[in-house]
Design a protein around this ligand. Structure first.
Ligand code: PMP
Length: 377
């Protein structure tokens, strides 16, 4: 607390990201990073971007490109994304990771109403979902209502009435991993469209098994899909995200971005991001491996008596009868394995476990076995 903070800053409850340990080597299964390295073509593209000079090949030192501002329109990156997803570049909004894109989304499409119309303007999202959504809502002063998800963590879209200020859904949901069929989400989009409201679908994990709604954006002007290269392209450290939607939604996002910072994607992120989107076959191979490892891990956990929520993401949401989430978390941590524990109602006895390499997951399964076999457990 500081006397120099304004009221808005005092009242913030910021998002707390998963731990990035520096002091000790862990098997890191806590922030849904991809366990495989990025495509070699990404590294090449970044090196090339550093080697290029603004005055021709031999006149200036390496890194000269960094002297210049990057392209604020991210033209080449948006062309590459558009071609890969079968949309127009004007239907692509680029950003510094999808967290930033989501921040702009809340500012662009969700309303801060007069007091009397709070109920009709409250945006809706599940009570158990990505914990950044309420943070953005509070930052932008947008009222929200959370809708309880089922005992089995399933989402019933009939609960998301059309009389709201808009809806945001993560598909597959985080941290549960459960997915929703495209048809149900499209039906909701149609209902919201009748009231000029936006449906945002966060597809951060969709490549691991959920149906993407991108093929439907031309039929739904109020549907925005949000994507990241952090998980699917092993580039959490480069910070690349993007949204795909109708031209009017994308233009709205640019208006907010350009009232904040026109250069959210730097020159190296633009080069590496484009190369990643272009190297489809490399990423299909590693992400198929992640999916296969997920399925083997599910079998291993269930055989030990764990409850595992069906997952279409690169993580699993699991619990073990009779051992608290905190105790499981601590036992795994003591064995050098870092997973994510959310100390929140309804999910405090669950752990979210990112899928690592096959070897990582074998070690994880052995550590689970040792934990549950401990006397007293
Ligand atoms: N959406 C969801 C559902 C996530 O879990 C994450 C990762 N924390 C993000 C978006 C943001 O990813 P990034 O900012 O790395 O693109």
């Amino acid at each position: 607390m500081s006397v120099f903070w304004n009221k808005r800053t005092v009242n913030l409850t910021p998002y707390v990201p998963g731990e990035q340990p520096k002091d000790r080597k862990f098997i890191k299964l806590n922030t849904n990073e991809n366990p495989y390295p990025p495509s070699p073509k990404v590294i090449e593209a970044i090196e090339q971007a550093l080697a290029i000079t603004s005055q021709g090949k031999d006149s200036r030192a390496k890194g000269d490109k960094l002297r210049l501002y990057p392209d604020p329109l991210c033209t080449e990156f948006r062309e590459v994304v558009a071609a890969a997803y079968g949309v127009k570049p004007s239907q692509v909004f680029p950003g510094n990771g999808s967290d930033e894109v989501l921040g702009f989304v809340f500012g662009a499409f969700f309303e801060t109403p007069e007091k009397e119309s709070v109920t009709t303007h409250s945006i809706l999202f599940p009570d158990i979902t990505y914990s950044f959504y309420p943070v953005y809502a509070d930052l932008w002063n947008i009222p929200y209502k959370t809708i309880p998800i089922g005992e089995d963590f399933s989402i019933n879209l009939n609960d998301y009435s059309a009389g709201s200020g808009g809806v945001i859904i993560s598909n597959p949901n985080a941290p549960t991993g459960r997915d929703l069929p495209a048809s149900d989400l499209l039906q909701l989009a149609r209902k919201l469209e009748q009231n000029n409201r936006v449906l945002v679908v966060d597809e951060a994990y969709a490549v691991f098994g959920a149906q993407s709604l991108v093929p439907h954006i031309n039929d739904h002007p109020n549907l925005l899909t949000v994507h990241t290269l952090s998980k699917s392209a092993s580039l959490a450290g480069l910070r690349v995200g993007f949204a795909i939607g109708s031209e009017e939604l994308i233009a709205g996002l640019f208006r907010v971005r350009d009232s904040f910072n026109s250069y959210t994607m730097d020159a190296l992120a633009l080069a590496g991001g484009s190369a990643a989107v272009l190297d489809k076959s490399y990423y299909e191979t590693i992400n198929q491996k992640v999916i296969a490892t997920r399925e083997t891990t599910v079998i291993g956990l269930k055989a030990m008596g764990f409850t595992v929520i069906p997952s279409k993401a690169n993580f699993l949401f699991v619990t073990y009868p009779g051992i608290s989430g905190q105790a499981l978390f601590q036992s795994l941590r003591d064995k050098g394995i870092l997973v994510r524990h959310f100390n929140k109602p309804r999910i405090a006895d669950y752990l979210r476990v990112s899928i690592g390499t096959g070897e990582d997951m074998d070690t994880f399964l052995s550590a689970c076995r040792e934990t549950i076999e401990l006397p007293g457990n």
